[in-house]
Write a protein that binds this ligand. Structure first.
Ligand code: NAI
Length: 473
């Protein structure tokens, strides 16, 4: 429990006061808003029913990326011979993997609790509900408590969706349960080839499971540029991950020994575990939002470009706002709202400028428009795919992939799409290029260090500017 959990004396003091800001939900969006608002001198209350840090810290980004790192270590042990290093993978000790993962989460959690306490934020543990534009009613272990604010920020996040008739339990799980597997299953069916699906498929394959990904759409990671899907599917095939695209789920049944998945074409798949990764839905039900006059659209809170709802003084951030469900978008929106409340006139967030990284092996990193989106927006576009085969560091790592650039013809780079081991680390420069509307010629003139994977980004721009170096064809 956070050190600054309210005791009964503080509670009496809080009951009578109106904070500048009351935030409902202590995940990425909520706590970022709390920290920034406190820095700006505002009095802040933060209401959280679970653990400070929310999905990202406890059930999402951090623990899954720890699993993916353990998966990389397993692959390195298994593949040492490729580099002339005699090593082999003995087994995966899931208890040990969890101890490592939980250690990472635990240290970050402690640090975050310390930050919230140090900034004098009033932390209230309990289930909150919007009870009017300026009021959150919190059900705590010892009764109901009313927390008031001049401004209220809704930041209640998202939950793992399932499909009608597909009940989570036993051998059928979402990422919430899959994060705590006690042993590595022999056979896994992953339902959904989106971000969570491909990340878990990657981990479980590296840990030794036979994995089949079932995706209704014609390709994996369908929100990415088509070239990324093509390269990922090829890489997954090489890793012996079975990919069934254009395959719709019909039903699933389980016994003590196995789960059987039936697809709409009548085919069946048998496995030890079915991981359901068909998207995350906003947590906006039964929280008093609609009663308070907040507009919801397909469950999402409708906001303007400054994250203000239609109700004066009520703001919303993070996964409850339609758009990219990413922790760093939540941080940015939280900060934006705090600055708006403090009267700093912040600049609205450009959604297409938000970088995206999918941490499967190989990693996918992208920012800006896909080729198809750019054609819709700009009409005429030019693209280039720079193959990592020409990049020294990528060859040293023995990874394959590409950097694909999309530019508006005769104009700036509007999309950068990358796939290959560790390519997520390159997204920072890609983001500056797209965000600052750089032309290929601008980037081509910048010298990139050799031998780095970053060089691939530089060389892709050189090629697009008409002066390729290590590029064939
Ligand atoms: P998603 O929307 O990325 O993918 C869900 C997939 O399931 C889609 O491709 C969809 O076509 C498929 N699907 C839905 N119904 C189906 C059916 N009946 N049969 C077969 N396939 C079906 O959602 P996902 O992967 O659950 O992730 C949720 C959110 O969490 C995403 O918005 C993602 O961006 C975010 N996230 C981000 C991460 C990152 O930034 N690295 C990591 C994990 C999640």
């Amino acid at each position: 429990m956070p050190e600054n959990h309210l005791d009964s004396t503080q509670r009496d003091a809080t009951e009578g006061t109106t904070h500048d800001v009351v935030i409902l939900g202590g995940g990425s969006g909520g706590y970022a808003c709390a920290l920034r608002a406190a820095d700006l001198g505002l009095s802040v209350a933060l209401v959280e029913q679970g653990e400070l840090g929310g999905t990202c810290l406890h059930r999402g980004c951090i623990p899954t990326k720890a699993l993916l790192h353990a998966a990389e270590v397993a692959d390195n042990a298994r593949d040492g011979e490729r580099f002339g290093v005699r090593s082999s993978l003995e087994s995966i000790d899931m208890a040990g993997v969890h101890a490592y993962k939980d250690g990472v989460v635990g240290r970050l959690y402690k640090g975050l609790q310390g930050l919230v306490a140090a900034k004098g934020i009033t932390y209230v543990t309990g289930r909150g509900r919007l009870a009017g534009a300026h009021t959150i009613e919190v059900t705590t272990t010892d009764g109901t408590q009313v927390v008031r604010g001049r401004h209220v920020v809704l930041a209640t996040g998202s939950y793992a969706r399932t499909l009608p008739g597909l009940e989570i339990g036993g051998r059928i799980m979402t990422s919430d349960q899959a994060l705590r597997l006690e042993s590595v299953p022999d056979r896994v069916v992953v339902l959904g080839g989106g971000v969570i699906g491909v990340e878990f498929a990657s981990v479980l394959r590296s840990f030794g499971a036979e994995v089949t990904v079932v995706e209704a759409l014609p390709r994996l990671v369908a929100a990415e540029d088509e070239a990324m899907s093509k390269h990922l599917e090829r890489a997954f095939r090489k890793r012996k991950i079975t990919v069934r695209t254009g395959a719709r789920f019909a039903s699933a049944s389980q016994t003590d020994d196995a789960v059987t998945v039936t697809l709409e074409d009548g085919s069946t798949l048998e496995a030890d575990l079915l991981l359901v990764a068909v998207g995350r839905g906003p947590v906006t039900d039964d929280l008093g939002y609609e009663e308070a006059g907040i507009t919801l659209e397909r469950g999402h809170v409708v906001v303007d470009e400054l994250c203000r709802t239609a109700v004066d003084g009520v703001h919303a951030v993070g996964d409850i706002v339609a758009g990219l469900q990413l922790a760093h978008r939540g941080f940015a929106q939280g900060i934006l709202v705090a600055e708006d409340i403090a009267g700093l006139s912040p600049t609205p967030i450009v959604e297409s400028g938000i970088p995206r990284v999918t941490y499967c092996d190989p990693e996918i990193a992208s920012v800006g428009l896909t080729e198809a989106q750019a054609r819709e927006v700009h009409g005429d576009v030019e693209t280039i795919e720079y193959n990592l085969g020409g990049n020294g560091k990528s060859q040293i790592l023995q990874t394959q992939g590409v950097v694909k650039l999309v530019r508006a013809t005769g104009g700036p780079v509007v999309g950068v799409h990358m796939i290959g081991a560790r390519m997520g680390e390159q997204v920072g420069e890609a983001q500056l290029i797209v965000g600052w509307e750089a032309w290929p010629e601008d980037v081509a003139a910048l010298i990139h260090a050799h031998p780095t994977q970053n060089e691939a980004l530089g060389e892709a721009h050189m090629a697009l500017a008409g002066k390729p170096l290590h590029a064939h064809g």
